[in-house]
Design a protein around this ligand. Sequence first.
Ligand code: UFG
Length: 333
Amino acid sequence: MPEAVLVAGGAGYIGSHAAKLLHQRGFHPVVVDNLVCGHRSAARWGTFVEADLADRDQIQAVLLEHRIRAVMHFAAHAYVGESVRDPAKYYRNNVANTLSLLEAMQAVESDLFLFSSSCATYGEPREVPIAEDHPQSPINPYGRTKLVVEGMLRDFETAYGMRHVSLRYFNAAGADPDGELGEDHDPETHLIPLVLEVARGARPHIAVFGTDYPTPDGTCVRDYIHVSDLAEAHVLALEHLLAGGESRSYNLGNGAGYSVRQVIEGARRLTGHPIPALEARRRWGDPATLVGSSEKIRRELGWTPQLPGLDTILETAWRWENGKRRAAGPLGR
Ligand code: UFG
């Protein structure tokens, strides 16, 4: 019988790609999602259970019924700006609900956990590329919620022997190369989908948040990592824990930085659309440059991103974006 993996938030952007890959690799994904941000249509591999992580009894029942061997936890709110305006929402969902999930696991002696953490736990970098031993000093509530959970996992290991891998993503981007899944946030705030929405005529322009950063062209530099490569890292980390491996924290990025202007330029080349860009004020809480070193997971688990180039990331996202256009009609949404 295939090993069952609970995928919390498996109807969301990154979780759905992970569920698909788990299925392809012979695991049985059990997607648990409350569908507040996720989409039922994205949860089509394995079993789907509509449930809230706050409902500890139901989660415990799912863990037992499906003989869950490990948990991948993607369910979280992830808007930095919103986390500043409404931190309670973030501590409730990202911290309290994670605690509830961990307690459910503890109650049934389920002890392998893969956590979606973030480069936002580092805060303003002292040096780039950022390695895992860079001090973690988040500058917004979103990053702090992720850091609290990382600490919680270490304490749960010491006290209860629960092993974990925390995966600190840089900028997740792109879409399933088969075109079956992609980014679908509401509201959308991420650069790449917004730029492509301009290209397909669903928005008039893209605002460039800040052109006076200490970077080569004055706009923020980010390390974009393909969502399928993130999914692959989760499966490798799962196999590491299943083989008895120790708890770890790993960065997931390509180690290459692209500025906002470079992303827009790449999208213009790809789509042939002029993509009007308007210079706007800096967005609060954006570090100038975030680029990660992922040497540790490459060395220890053999992770090698298969879709590392910005052009490939844009191409897969564009295919997905066009699928949305077909669904919405010729004028977009
Ligand atoms: N940007 C624009 N215009 C836009 C949208 C974004 O110029 O309309 C800029 C941002 O200022 C930033 C860059 O494009 O410099 C990328 O922005 P995204 O919103 O796409 O992603 P972030 O860099 O804000 O990602 C951060 C962290 C992640 C975290 C994520 C949560 O790097 O770790 O926020 O949404 F998960």
